[in-house]
Design a protein around this ligand. Structure first.
Ligand code: BES
Ligand code: MN
Ligand code: MN
Length: 462
């Protein structure tokens, strides 16, 4: 009699729950903020934590330096003849600011109402670590049924600037039959989800200069160029009154949504009023002619992410600023190329800038949009795994966010990508009080274990 005759995976996951939570807490306590150079040491510590854990699970695990933050690569290749799975995730997190909005400190994980509150709880430490614990659960049954590789990077939240070069340099080593990623959101609490699309990204910073110094607004107002007003004009001109982006060529080449896809999305349990209420908004402004889900998943958009300029201290100061600036992101859909879009906005902004505004548009980072073909055995394996966990078949939905490296996985490794998400948008990733439901963490661990079992049954692999 083997162990697997006596215990089931859900029982193992349950019996390991306290340990799984304690380990995630340790990881969450490390403030691995990739955007902030002050956290370099924390990036290394987080990588070391993951390396040590994977080593303890029997993986050959190492930390590879990059031009930026290190990544963790680990492999466990002891299932001859079985498929090979590459699991990707990221251990870096977004900055915690604004700190005063957190109810408990961002890097002191705390449980309230069945949720783990911490920066990175859902994005992506909790979801990525669910796979690590999924492996441990499976090992409770016996030998791993697949060959497994982990690639956990520390630069996703800053656009993965060094990962594509790493992939290119390690193509043979990273070769896999499928890439599994859990770094997004399922559609709703009671809707298990396989995600088949992500938007791409083009991100620029706009700097506007007026005069060569801040000026007395009485002595110069009415004659001197005002860069803040100019920036406001520029931003206002980037979209028309139909919510369409005005950059020439912006919509060129976009794959139109099919009627079939629109019908499927329309049948999902989405309610605009509820959605607006969930974020405390009074309206959902966007591109005319498209539903909210279409605008979030299947249409590009442009948003101002930050803006600065002029006097912001107490009281008033009569001054015309010399400089103003803004950060602008554009979410892209299949058919749009981030580089082309970045060049298009760089060419366009000077043409809509008011007289006297000297503008500079700097490219920050970008990422390719992806739409994933659902017709492959690994996606079907994910569907079966989710059905086993949630007792119902998953919905197939797209996401509005971006994971820049996904298209490179598909192109360089030529492997299907399976996006199976454990979190929710309501977990508030990137926001203050980010959280991850304890139940979602546990379901993620179980899903990961079942998924690897289901993939082990896939026959037509390379
Ligand atoms: N996990 C997100 C991506 C995501 C969010 C996918 C929601 C699906 C739904 C990821 O960590 C992220 O935040 N990506 C950035 C990419 C950027 C920094 C290059 C994003 O989307 O803003
Ligand atoms: Mn993420
Ligand atoms: Mn993120």
């Amino acid at each position: 009699m083997t162990l697997s005759d006596t215990v089931s995976l859900p029982e193992i996951v349950q019996s390991q729950a306290a340990q799984a939570q304690a380990e995630l807490f340790e990881l969450l306590r490390i403030p691995s903020v990739s955007a902030d150079p002050a956290h370099r040491g924390d990036m290394q510590r987080a990588a070391e934590y993951l390396q040590a854990k994977l080593t303890a699970l029997g993986f050959a695990a190492r930390i590879d330096a990059t031009a930026g933050h290190p990544l963790v690569y680990a492999e466990h290749l002891h299932a001859p003849g079985a498929p090979t799975v590459l699991i990707y995730g990221h251990y870096d997190v977004q900055p915690e600011a604004p700190l005063e909005m957190w109810h408990t400190p961002p890097f002191e994980p705390t449980i309230r109402d069945g949720r783990i509150y911490a920066r990175g709880a859902t994005d992506d430490k909790g979801q990525a670590y669910a796979h690590v614990r999924g492996v441990q659960a499976l090992q409770g049954l016996g030998a791993l049924p697949v060959n497994l590789k982990f690639l956990l990077e520390g630069e996703e939240e800053i656009g993965s600037p060094n990962l594509e070069a790493y992939l290119r340099a390690h193509i043979a080593e990273l070769k896999a039959d499928a890439v599994v990623i859990s770094d997004g959101s399922r559609f709703a609490p009671d809707v298990p989800t396989v995600t088949y699309g992500l938007r791409g990204l083009s991100y620029v910073e706009v700097n506007v200069t007026g005069a060569n110094r801040d000026l007395h607004s009485g002595s110069y107002g009415g004659a001197a160029p005002n860069p803040i007003a100019a920036l406001a004009t520029i931003i206002a001109r980037l979209k028309d009154d139909q919510g369409r982006v005005t950059i020439p060529g912006f919509y060129d080449g976009i794959e139109p949504l099919t009627n079939e896809e629109r019908a499927i999305w329309a049948a999902l349990p989405h309610d605009d009023a509820e959605f607006a209420a969930s974020i405390g908004a009074t309206a959902l402004p966007g591109e005319a002619g498209y539903t909210t889900l279409e605008r979030l998943w299947g249409r590009p958009t442009l948003d101002v992410n930050g803006i600065w300029g002029g006097y912001q201290g107490e009281g008033s100061k009569t001054v015309i600023a010399s400089k103003a600036g803004a950060k602008i992101s554009m979410r892209l859909v299949p058919g749009q190329d981030p580089e082309r879009i970045t060049k298009a906005i760089q060419a366009y902004i000077p043409t809509i800038a008011p007289e006297g505004a000297q503008v500079e548009v700097t490219a920050m980072h970008g990422g390719q949009p992806v739409k994933i073909d659902l017709d492959n055995p690994y996606v079907r394996a994910a569907g079966r795994a989710l059905s086993r966990v949630y007792g119902k078949a998953p919905s197939y939905t797209r996401g509005g966010g971006s994971i820049p490296i996904v298209s490179a996985f598909r192109e360089l490794l030529q492997a299907p990508v399976v996006l199976v998400d454990f979190g929710l948008n309501a977990d508030a990733p990137h926001s203050p009080n980010e959280s991850f439901a304890v139940a979602d963490y546990h379901n993620g661990i179980l899903t990961s274990a079942y998924l690897l079992q289901e993939i082990a049954e896939v026959e037509e692999h390379g």
